[in-house]
Design a protein. Structure first.
Length: 248
């Protein structure tokens, strides 16, 4: 798959519309955002399967898989004959301390850890990715592009992009490690939870250009360039948060 000729802002996805995995990721991300924002509170019942199918313009299979994803994360619980209900949030012991919202330096610490893992993951993904794994990376990129353009929350989609790269290593330990951190993997989730914007003007567009470079180098099977693209991406994030410290 050759995408090197694509210009900034153009979707990286193959022609033919979004794939099922991409649609599942979109629906599950939007439902997670609704739970996190309080639009769907603990005890609330989700719309019916038919209602969600109509709301998101997707198939019943996509809705079922999205709900299954939320159920696996302990966010919802199906009750036979009644519906699917939002659960009380649970604190999950992962071995990682939560990001300290009061300390941007805490985000930088996490970014340094991510660099130690994700730079090598990108190189392995470039060497090992299958066509299906490559497509998943592009689908996640395009989901993120759509959300940025629409001004919608992007944290879940950003996480999905990085997890797709972890999957492309064909080593399940990378996904397991990154999944332990969950949305803490994306530092701006802490900013959003604290009621602040996801970043200054142009911030999301900048990181999306960095994501584009990562996806393309993985597609081209250029392991060294993929490692460098992730290094630049995470180093850039560290620099951006350091500037936030100085501006506070």
């Amino acid at each position: 798959m050759q995408n090197t000729g694509r210009s900034g802002g153009e979707p990286l996805q193959r022609a033919g519309g979004p794939g099922r995995k991409s649609l599942v990721a979109r629906v599950s991300a939007e439902l997670r955002d609704a739970v996190r924002s309080g639009a769907l509170a603990p005890g609330d019942r989700l719309p019916s399967e038919a209602g969600l199918t109509q709301q998101y313009a997707v198939s019943r299979t996509v809705v079922r898989e999205a709900i299954a994803s939320l159920r696996a994360d302990g966010l919802v619980e199906p009750r036979h004959g009644v519906g699917v209900f939002v659960l009380e949030p649970k604190e999950v012991e992962t071995g990682f301390k939560p990001v300290d919202r009061a300390r941007i330096s805490s985000m930088i610490e996490l970014l340094e850890l991510r660099a130690a893992v994700e730079i090598e993951a990108a190189g392995l993904a470039a060497e090992r990715r299958s066509p299906a794994q490559e497509e998943a990376v592009f689908e996640c990129f395009d989901d993120l592009e759509r959300l940025i353009a629409a001004g919608e929350p992007t944290v879940s989609a950003d996480l999905a992009f990085h997890l797709a790269i972890a999957d492309a290593t064909s080593n399940p330990r990378f996904r397991e490690f990154l999944s332990m951190m969950g949305e803490h993997l994306i530092p701006r989730s802490t900013i959003a939870d604290a009621g602040r914007r996801e970043g200054p003007d142009g911030y999301l567009e900048q990181i999306q250009q960095e994501h584009r470079k990562i996806a393309l180098t993985i597609s081209e099977r250029d392991a060294d360039a993929a490692r460098q693209a992730v290094r630049i991406h995470l180093k850039g994030s560290q620099d951006r948060y350091r500037r936030m410290i100085r501006s506070d």
